[in-house]
Design a protein around this ligand. Structure first.
Ligand code: NAD
Ligand code: UDP
Length: 312
């Protein structure tokens, strides 16, 4: 049994990760300030003797002993939430990385950074491969998140080179699944909630921009495999589903699969919205022996079922 700390463990991805790690027989400390996470997300773990929730903001140092592994996920991930308090977002990414790396250093723990495809910005290289440095606006409305995450990767690499901290970096591409909030603001949850209520489906721009959507269970498997790779494999490695769809195609699928009467409405495209995104997962396939197993339509059906039964 390992003692594993998950920062951001009360969020959408974090709560699935905590569940998986408990199931694998580990002791899990979930550290979260409940900004976008909730107690409901870990209600099923609350009485488990191997689970501990600590209300804590990663902007401030955290001390604990005998930690074997850390997964650093604390950071709002939806544009509406990370832009709500942009300065807080960048502090969470940068100071959070420093504090979690310091904790890893004191414990000689392995630490995995939940980085993002936003590292690539509005990519000119397509599909995105890990050695592409990206095309990121440093002064735009997405920069608090994108540059915060880029700086966190830099910190991970410098703690690795300078302090020999045992690091792992994954770059997560758009992920969806149960426990996303109905007001999360990201596209899959927005469209499913709108479709189930027969409300207008909000397409930003003309809907020709593309994304590659990964179901959360596939991501969790990739994360755990990455943590367990040999010591000298540190990444970064892309974790995502390479099937690429336009936002219009996504809307059409959601309407069809939910039997909705919703119509499409077109809204202004947010600034710096990336035009295309698709992971090259050759490295993950080779090093983790991993690839996604849940296709978009199957995952959307799970999302539709989840939001049909959703009670706030
Ligand atoms: P989420 O918003 O559901 O989860 C983030 C969690 O971090 C929440 O529980 C929130 O309360 C917590 N948090 C935020 N600021 C904090 C702080 N200062 N101190 C402590 N806790 C804090 O988002 P998610 O989709 O579950 O994303 C989890 C991680 O994965 C994030 O780091 C995100 O950048 C990364 N990621 C997610 C995606 C995706 O598509 N979901 C894609 C790329 C990267
Ligand atoms: N989007 C949309 N309607 C919505 C929410 C998002 O058309 O109601 C678009 C958004 O402009 C972007 C894509 O869907 O092009 C994915 O947005 P999301 O916020 O989910 O993720 P990100 O832009 O961070 O990849």
């Amino acid at each position: 049994m390992k003692r594993i700390l998950v920062s951001g463990g009360a969020g959408f991805i974090g709560s699935h990760l905590c569940t998986r790690l408990i199931k694998d027989g580990h002791y899990v400390i979930c550290l979260d300030n409940l900004f976008t996470g909730s107690e409901a997300n870990f209600a099923h773990l609350k009485n488990n003797p191997n689970f501990e929730f600590v209300f804590h903001d990663v902007e401030y140092p955290y001390f604990a002993k005998d930690i074997d592994e850390i997964y650093n996920l604390a950071c709002p991930a939806s544009p509406i939430h990370y832009q709500y308090d942009a300065i807080k977002t960048i502090k969470t990414s940068v100071l959070g990385a420093i504090n979690m790396l310091g904790l890893a250093k004191r414990n000689n723990a392995k630490i995995l950074q939940a980085s993002t495809s936003e590292i690539y910005g509005d990519p000119i290289i397509h599909p995105q491969i890990e050695n592409y440095w990206g095309n990121v606006n440093p002064i735009g409305i997405r920069s608090c998140y994108d540059e915060g995450k880029r700086c966190a990767e830099t910190l991970f690499m410098d703690y690795y080179r300078q302090n020999k901290v045992r690091i792992k970096i994954i770059r997560i591409f758009n992920t969806y699944g149960p426990r996303m909030l109905p007001n999360d603001g990201r596209v899959v949850s927005n469209f499913v909630v709108q479709a189930l209520q027969n409300q207008d489906i909000t397409i930003y721009g003309e809907g020709n921009q593309t994304r590659s959507f990964q179901y959360v269970d596939d991501l969790i498997e990739g994360m755990v495999r990455m943590m367990n790779t040999e010591e000298d494999f540190i990444g970064p490695v892309n974790i995502g589903n390479p099937m690429e769809f336009s936002i219009l195609e996504l809307a059409e699928k959601v309407i069809r699969l939910s039997g909705s009467k919703s119509k499409l409405v077109f809204k202004p495209l947010p600034h710096d919205d990336p035009k295309q995104r698709q992971p090259d997962i050759t490295l993950a396939k080779r090093k983790l022996e991993w690839q996604p197993t849940i296709e978009l339509e199957e995952g959307l059906l799970y999302m539709i079922e989840y939001f049909k039964d959703y009670r706030s």
